[in-house]
Write a protein that binds this ligand. Structure first.
Ligand code: ADE
Ligand code: ZN
Length: 334
């Protein structure tokens, strides 16, 4: 089974580039930029990676962002992820980044996007991995902040394909961001939102009805509402599911309790992703390996999840077809 997972070319659709900052790189960049970290060693930092909920994780994640100062830092961060992605046979990736967690520290908007874009562009040529970049708004901040930032995103629309919504979910329903999402949709951006990770099924419904999302990030809690689940399945709206994240943030108590099979059985277009791999204990293949073992995924189910990663991507249909054909040549499905 692990050989099959390793073998299959796949797409990753839910990965925060800041969440791929490994402790070793964090220390290296801190030193390079003369930044004092509140930890004495990599081991002391790693010992903090025990989270009871999303907020406990986010507090550490935002602290880690402080070491990202120059365009080269963002390049190095992205390149480190891309090498892992290559090892895992990722051939297409749609990554998130959080512009506000950098601009709010005084880092110019261009520093992050230019460094990231240059790394992904190089990887497309050198590693054969295609990409899209999605800029996420931090939902714990007022919508006005997102509206103020939006012109920069629009200016960089040659580099940014879509907008997303992340950070602290509870108390920050999708409805709060309807103006900026409506504008982005009108301007032709793809739109996605984290919904139903910790928040209720009602937030998933709002993301669909009010923000008009093209994809739902996480979406686990939609399963609390049978009617909503059936609607999502019927619409073919994809969920970007993140098993190790769900475990580490206590969305599920044990990976054995993960609802992935329920999702597939209910006809949901679920995909597997790593979310914040440096913090949650593994990249995309680790997510597949551990989930497959915990809930006994069949080869067919693994194949379906990988197939969904291309179907749910924002690639043009003609390119999706090429990837799906290549996948089918592995022939383990039918
Ligand atoms: N930012 C980075 N990872 C996140 C997650 N899993 N949920 C919400 N916001 C995030
Ligand atoms: Zn996420």
């Amino acid at each position: 089974m692990n050989e099959l997972i390793q073998l299959l070319p796949k797409a990753e659709l839910h990965m925060h580039i800041e969440g791929s900052l490994e402790p070793e790189l964090m220390f290296k960049l801190a030193e390079r930029n003369g930044i004092e970290l509140p930890y004495d060693s990599v081991d002391e930092l790693k010992a903090k990676y025990n989270f009871n909920n999303l907020q406990e994780f986010l507090d550490i994640y935002y602290q880690g962002c402080a070491v990202l100062q120059t365009e080269q830092d963002f390049y190095d961060l992205a390149w480190a992820y891309l090498e892992k992605a290559k090892d895992d046979h990722v051939v297409h990736t749609e990554i998130f980044y959080d512009p506000q967690s950098h601009t709010n520290r005084g880092i110019p908007f261009e520093t992050a996007i230019n460094g990231l874009y240059r790394a992904f562009d190089d990887a497309q040529n050198q590693l054969g991995i295609s990409f899209h970049i999605i800029a996420c708004f931090l939902r714990h901040l007022p919508e006005q902040d997102a509206l103020d930032l939006y012109p920069k995103i629009f200016e960089n629309r040659d580099k940014i394909l879509g907008i997303g919504l992340d950070s602290s979910e509870m108390g920050h329903p999708p409805e709060k961001y309807q103006k900026v999402f409506a504008q982005a949709k009108k301007d032709g951006f793809k739109v996605v939102a984290h919904a139903g990770e910790e928040g209720p099924a009602a937030y998933v419904r709002e993301a669909i009805d009010i923000l008009q999302v093209d994809r739902i990030d996480h979406g686990n809690r939609c399963l609390d509402d049978d009617i909503l689940t059936a609607q999502i399945a019927k619409a073919g709206l994809a969920l970007t599911v993140c098993p190790l994240s769900n475990l580490k943030l206590q969305v599920v108590k044990d990976l054995k309790d993960h609802p992935i099979k329920t999702m597939l059985n209910k006809g949901l277009m679920a995909t597997i992703n790593s979310d914040d791999p440096a913090y949650f204990g593994g990249y995309i293949n680790d997510n597949f390996y551990q989930l497959a073992e915990a809930v006994s995924l069949s080869d067919d189910q693994i194949f379906t999840l990988v197939e969904n990663s291309f179907k749910a991507s924002f690639l043009p249909e003609s390119i999706k077809e090429i990837h799906l054909k290549a996948l089918n040549s592995f022939g383990s499905h039918e």
